[in-house]
Design a protein around this ligand. Structure first.
Ligand code: SAM
Length: 263
């Protein structure tokens, strides 16, 4: 594919090691009824394999230069029914029209990776699985345990919605240009109560924003009366903990109780 200078603002570090492309695709547990959603096909490192599969394929690329190249390179594949690349910002794209099970496979732009993960929770689609290349540091935040220094709002959110794991690390030399950070491929599979929880996503996120707004303070000094009462009914010890010491399930339990009280 023609050479375009990589754009930093779009997080463009292109995968150049084909073995890694194949390994990511093998890890994605693609089944024949899945629609493959690729965020940021870039220069096509994953796309060239994904569009050859019998599955429906939907790619979203924000960079016009790359979009034009992709359309030219994969013209024949994209002429087939069910395969398409659009020029758009994924964060502003409504995916609710997709009716099939969505299998997201992407080497994400690292600068907006957390926004994309959160968007995929909220989106009105049947999300089956996400296999994502992200910054290693971000994976440590996603999967951190309570008490760890990386544990925060994002850990609580993601661990409530997904079973997640790191599948493998990817060396800097597998990209052009080489990123300054380390990379890993992760898999996120929605938990069985994903769709029920999703109905409350915005309120839950706001609740967590409030809790984690002052991470150094104990819970009792951060929350309103209503929540303090629920925390103390659940377990009085919780009130004396700092937000980073409480596990994801407990946050969800308390949030749900608060919802039941307001019904
Ligand atoms: N998939 C390619 C690969 O593995 O080599 C490119 C990966 S590169 C890390 C991230 C890609 O996401 C780039 O092609 C970039 O232009 C695209 N991108 C960045 N921000 C985006 C956005 N908001 N919406 C859609 N694509 C975006």
């Amino acid at each position: 594919m023609k050479n375009l200078a990589p754009l930093k603002r779009y997080g463009q570090n292109f995968l150049v090691d084909q073995n890694i492309s194949k390994k990511i695709i093998e890890s994605a547990l693609i089944e024949k009824e899945d629609l493959i959603l690729e965020i940021g096909p870039g220069k096509g490192a994953l796309t060239k394999y994904l569009v050859k599969l019998p599955n429906d394929y939907f790619g979203i690329e924000v960079d016009r230069g790359l979009y034009d190249l992709l359309c030219k390179e994969f013209e024949k594949d994209l002429a087939l029914c069910g395969k398409k690349i659009i020029l758009a910002d994924v964060l502003e794209t409504d995916l609710g029209f997709i009716e099939k099970k969505v299998n997201v496979i992407s080497n994400l732009p690292y600068n907006i990776a957390s926004l994309i993960i959160v968007k995929m929770i909220k989106e009105n689609i049947y999300l089956k699985s996400m296999t994502l290349m992200i910054q290693k540091e971000m994976s440590q935040r996603l999967f951190a345990m309570p008490g760890a220094k990386e544990y925060g709002r994002l850990s609580v959110l993601v661990q409530n919605f997904f079973e997640g794991s790191i599948i493998f690390e990817v060396k800097e030399s597998c990209f052009y240009p080489k990123p300054k950070v380390r990379s890993v491929v992760i898999r996120l599979i929605p938990k069985s109560d994903f769709y029920e929880k999703r109905l409350y996503f915005i309120d839950f996120e706001n609740f967590l924003k409030r809790v984690f707004s002052q991470p150094r303070k104990i819970i009792k000094n951060v929350l309103t009366e209503k929540y303090i009462r629920i925390f103390s009914e659940t377990n009085t010890d919780l009130l004396h903990l700092r937000p980073e010491q409480i596990d994801p399930e407990t946050y969800w339990r308390i949030f749900r109780l608060s919802k039941e009280r307001t019904l």
